[in-house]
Write a protein that binds this ligand. Structure first.
Ligand SMILES: [Zn+2]
Length: 338
């Protein structure tokens, strides 16, 4: 196992060494740049700063093509941003201090709410959003898989919503392994973002997403003994940044399996666990504000079938703009604004 881990790290290192250099990115719809980025010295860092007239919470520091950068979060709209370190004066704070100082912001309120049901073995975190109109937030999980991406989800969304909502907002919970083994699918998704057809909220779904069908849930997925949380979380963030993609503040537990301690750990990385109240393949119906879960990794044809059926039944409401797809950050922000 250790050898595998080392081999993987070496491979990732080689990837980043061989990658093309790029200037500090311009972030648009969570797509930083088309090419590969060189990411080094990636670390957790908690601080606050003012940037572009906004008070930002910093959660990571790193170098991109030799230039020092931070990942900042706007605590009011929950959006992440890459901040060039040279442009700001960061004030280091402990995570606990940030939780106290920013306790009235939607971001910290969402963090606190996400830990309230953390004693559950499945589906901890935030499972429902706030919407003004009828509609849902769609989350598509990209767990490790040998099968190709189910592209019909995307093409159907674009054809159904393209006239009323462009880009179509959706959230993709992505694993490092999926990115590593599906480069063409990742490029295809990036193409849809560049074309303005979809906007993606990238949810961290861990790097390895290990699963052992022989083990009970409380020793499975991320609860498997010996799991490195640093690797699972940070390496997934690095893998996104290397591909020119910027992760959000959201996290989804593999198998939706967690315990109190793992939820606390995720919160301590500054991330908000997102569950679901409408896993379509399990027969849970979607209603107003639902965070809908389907799998886009080719392993859940039933969920896709149900989702396409849902789209069809809502077609006239979609055309009237009375049934919408919601951006995950916006629906969570609205939930915690007051
Ligand atoms: Zn998964």
């Amino acid at each position: 196992m250790k050898f595998l881990f080392n081999a993987l790290s070496t491979f990732i290192l080689l990837l980043s060494v061989n990658s093309l250099n790029a200037a500090i990115p311009v972030v648009q719809d969570n797509l930083i740049s088309a090419g590969q980025n060189k990411i080094d010295n990636y670390k957790i860092c908690f601080a606050v700063c003012d940037y572009s007239g906004k008070n930002m919470i910093i959660i990571r520091e790193f170098e991109q093509s030799g230039q020092a950068c931070y990942i900042g979060i706007d605590p009011f709209d929950l959006k992440t941003l890459i901040i060039p370190a040279a442009k700001v004066k960061a004030r280091l704070l402990s995570w606990k201090q940030i939780m106290d100082d920013y306790s009235n912001t939607p971001y910290i309120r969402a963090i606190r709410k996400s830990s309230r049901n953390s004693d559950k073995l499945q589906d901890a975190g935030i499972v429902h959003g706030f919407t003004e109109e009828n509609g849902i937030t769609l989350t598509v999980d990209l767990c490790p898989s040998r099968k190709p991406l189910d592209r019909e989800i995307f093409t159907s969304l674009i054809s159904e919503f393209g006239k009323t909502e462009k880009p179509v907002p959706l959230a993709l919970s992505v694993t490092g392994k999926f990115m590593l083994t599906h480069p063409e699918d990742m490029d295809w998704i990036k193409g849809l973002i560049s074309a303005g057809d979809i906007s993606v909220t990238w949810i961290n779904h861990t790097y390895n997403h290990r699963y052992n069908p022989q083990k009970p849930l409380n020793e499975n997925f991320l609860l498997e003994p010996g799991t490195s949380m640093d690797f699972e979380i940070l390496q997934t963030e690095i893998a996104l940044l290397q591909r020119g993609l910027l992760f959000s503040v959201f996290f989804r537990f593999p198998g939706l399996v967690s315990n109190q301690q793992s939820v606390d750990t995720i919160n301590d990385y500054g991330l908000i666990p997102i569950g679901t109240d409408a896993w379509l393949a399990k027969g849970q119906p979607a209603y107003k504000g639902s965070i809908v879960l389907i799998h886009g990794n080719g392993n859940e044809p039933l969920g896709i079938k149900d989702f396409l059926h849902l789209l069809k039944t809502k077609r006239s409401a979609v055309m009237r703009k009375s049934w919408l797809l919601y951006d995950l950050s916006e629906t969570i922000e609205s939930e915690f604004i007051n």
